[in-house]
Ligand binder design. Structure first.
Ligand code: UFG
Length: 324
């Protein structure tokens, strides 16, 4: 089995690469290293390249015969996508089309695609399952939903098999502390809390405490990166016996507010997280919590990390001693 991992040097991609290597899968990483880290991919082969350069893509498919592709490359910041929509549509949609065309030319017929809870827009129910309407409210979510539509069309036209995995809030790090989340600038809650605890960043800004939630702060569903990687491996197996384009929500099914996260992180770090209340951040829905029954049923997926303290603990190990 040989897999191309586009964006394999990024946060979620690098945890996937580790898992594939551990499972004995031949793994080639294609990454432009714009946000990824060379140090994060272990012994995987790295091809430095860009999805917006079709000749670089053709080259990698000419040199290797892949059984499947996993596609993690994307611009992924909601706020930035509102400011720079062309960049988001170009990277996330045009880049993916280039990849799909190269796959088709090389006769590679299976894709696992990183999608997001942002395809749903404003939640209309407590738990979001796959039947929830997809009405994204920002260019990031729209770009991911567009790709899901392209994958549905590609299944009909070309027989492409695909699984779109809609992550809720990816969290945590490899438990041995070797790889973890390293963005610059960092916008995500858990790294910002832990960096504030360490004194590596100023006090955490809590973006809004007047939301329609029990304590007024936003509620999210945090799912460990290794559980996400596990779902991808299962998606590969699933495509061996299932045609068509499929989409699954991946979350723990439990919501935690920003204030609950601050308390949990304080306990893990054994020190209070310095924070201040700040204005709302544009585009944050009150509450995003997944119903993942479909993934559990179809993929046999069960997240191993269900305890929020355990998830934060893995992130804390990384943030105390980040390698990159
Ligand atoms: N938050 C703060 N302070 C911070 C950072 C975050 O209060 O410094 C709050 C946010 O307002 C939000 C929650 O913590 O309420 C979680 O924020 P993150 O930035 O960690 O994650 P998001 O829920 O905004 O975004 C994640 C992914 C996106 C994806 C989205 C789905 O990072 O790619 O889930 O809606 F689009």
């Amino acid at each position: 089995m040989k897999v191309l991992v586009c964006g394999g040097a990024g946060y979620i991609g690098s945890h996937m690469v580790r898992r594939l290597l551990r499972d004995g899968v031949q793994t080639v990483v294609f990454d432009n290293l714009s946000t990824g880290h060379r140090e994060s991919i272990g012994d995987a082969v790295l091809v430095e390249g860009d999805l917006l350069a079709p000749t670089q893509l053709r080259d990698v498919f000419a040199r290797h015969r892949f059984d499947a592709v996993m596609h993690f490359c994307a611009r992924s910041l909601v706020g930035e996508s509102v400011q720079q929509p062309y960049d988001y549509y170009e990277n996330n949609v045009v880049g993916t089309l280039n990849l799909l065309q190269a796959m088709r030319e090389a006769d590679v017929g299976k894709l696992v695609f990183s999608s997001t809870a942002a395809v749903f827009g404003h939640p209309e129910s407590e738990l979001i399952d796959e039947s929830h309407a997809t009405r994204p409210i920002n260019p990031y979510g729209a770009s991911k939903r567009m790709v899901e539509t392209i994958l549905e069309d590609a299944a009909r036209a070309y027989g492409l098999r695909s699984v779109a995995l809609r992550y809720f809030n990816a969290a945590g790090a490899s438990p041995d502390g070797d790889i973890g989340e390293s963005h610059s600038p960092e916008t995500h809650l858990i790294p910002n809390m832990l960096r504030a605890a360490n004194g590596d960043a100023p006090a955490l800004k809590v973006f809004g405490n007047d939301y329609a939630t029990p304590d007024g702060t936003c509620v999210r569903d945090y799912v460990h990166v290794d559980d996400l990687a596990d779902a991808h491996s299962r998606a590969l197996d699933f495509m061996a016996s299932n045609e068509g384009a499929h989409a699954f929500n991946l979350g723990n099914g439990a919501g935690f507010s920003v204030m609950q996260m601050i308390r949990a992180a304080g306990e893990v770090a054994q020190r209070p997280i310095p924070y201040e209340i700040a204005p709302r951040r544009a585009g944050d829905p009150d509450r995003l919590v997944a119903a993942s029954a479909k993934a559990r049923r179809a993929l046999g997926w069960t997240p191993r990390y269900t305890d929020i303290a355990q998830i934060i603990e893995t992130a804390w190990r990384w943030h105390r001693n980040p390698r990159y």
